[in-house]
Design a protein around this ligand. Structure first.
Ligand code: SAM
Length: 220
C-alpha cells in the first residue's frame, strides 16, 4: 500500500499501477491496461499540480478512495441508462468527469468549469490522456447552449428547486454525488414538493467509511 503514495519515478508509477488495479478490482471495476495507465497518469498529475493550482489536497490512498473510486462508484448505473451525452458540472480537478471519461470511452462528456486555472488543467488532462470523448467548456453552466442526456455533479452545491430547474433545462437527467442519507432525504423532500422525480441509490466503496449516495433527478 505504501507504493500508492509514490508518484515521482517510473518505478513509483509501475507500483502505483499494480495497486490501482487491485483497488479497482476490489470495487468490481474491470479496466483495461490502457484505462489503468490513464487513471495512474491522471492521479500522478493531480499529485504534482493539485496544491499549486488549488485543485485538491488529498494524496495517495485517500486520493484513490475518496476521489477516484468515489467518482467511479455510479459507473454501472450510468452504463445501464445508456446515455448518449453527459456534462460534468463544476469538474474542478476532474472528479468525476475525467474519471468517468476514462471508464466510459464511448460516452461524449463535456467538462464544464468556470475557474480558468481549473479548466486549463482539465484541457491539459484531455490532451495528455488523449481523451477523444472529452470537451472542456470554460464558463458558467448557466451560459452553456447545449442539451445533454445527463449531467453529473459532485461537491457543487446543495440541490435546490431553482438549481434543478436550471440544470433540467439543459439535461434530461441529473446525477448528484451525495453524502449522508439524512441530508439527501431532505433534498429529495424539497425537490418532490417542486414536482421533480427523485431516486436515491446507496454507493458502496471498499475502504470508504463515509456514507455515499447517488441522487437521480428527472422532471415528472
Ligand atoms: C467544490 S468544487 C468540486 C470539484 C469537483 N467536482 C470535485 O468533486 O472535486 C466545485 C467546482 O465547481 C465549479 N463551479 C461552481 N459553480 C459552477 C457553475 N455554475 N458553472 C461551472 N462551474 C462551476 C467551481 O469553480 C469549482 O471548481
Amino acid at each position: 500500500m505504501a507504493g500508492v503514495a509514490q508518484a515521482g519515478s517510473e518505478e513509483g508509477c509501475a507500483v502505483k499501477d499494480r495497486l490501482l488495479e487491485d483497488f479497482f478490482k476490489e470495487n468490481g471495476h474491470e479496466l483495461s491496461g490502457l484505462q489503468l495507465e490513464k487513471m495512474a497518469t491522471f492521479l500522478h498529475n493531480i499529485e504534482i499540480f493539485g496544491t499549486s493550482l488549488g485543485l485538491i489536497e488529498a494524496r495517495g490512498q485517500q486520493l484513490i478512495v475518496d476521489h477516484l473510486l468515489d467518482s467511479m462508484a455510479p459507473v454501472r448505473i450510468l452504463e445501464e441508462i445508456s446515455l448518449a451525452s453527459l456534462c460534468d458540472v463544476g469538474s474542478g480537478a476532474g472528479f468525476p468527469g475525467i474519471v468517468l471519461a476514462i471508464a466510459l470511452p464511448n460516452l461524449p462528456i463535456v467538462l464544464a468549469e468556470r475557474m480558468q486555472k481549473r479548466s486549463r488543467f482539465l484541457a491539459m488532462m484531455q490532451q495528455k490522456l488523449q481523451l477523444d470523448n472529452v470537451e472542456v467548456y470554460h464558463g458558467d453552466i448557466k451560459h452553456i447552449d447545449r442539451h445533454f442526456d445527463g449531467m453529473t455533479f459532485r461537491a457543487l452545491e446543495q440541490m435546490t428547486c431553482d438549481l434543478a430547474k436550471l440544470l433540467l433545462s439543459k439535461s434530461d437527467r441529473l446525477f448528484a454525488y451525495k453524502g449522508r442519507a439524512v441530508s439527501v432525504q431532505a433534498e429529495v423532500a424539497q425537490l418532490a414538493r417542486c414536482g421533480y422525480r427523485c431516486e436515491v441509490e446507496p454507493l458502496a466503496i471498499v475502504g470508504q467509511e463515509k456514507e455515499r449516495h447517488l441522487l437521480m433527478i428527472r422532471k415528472t
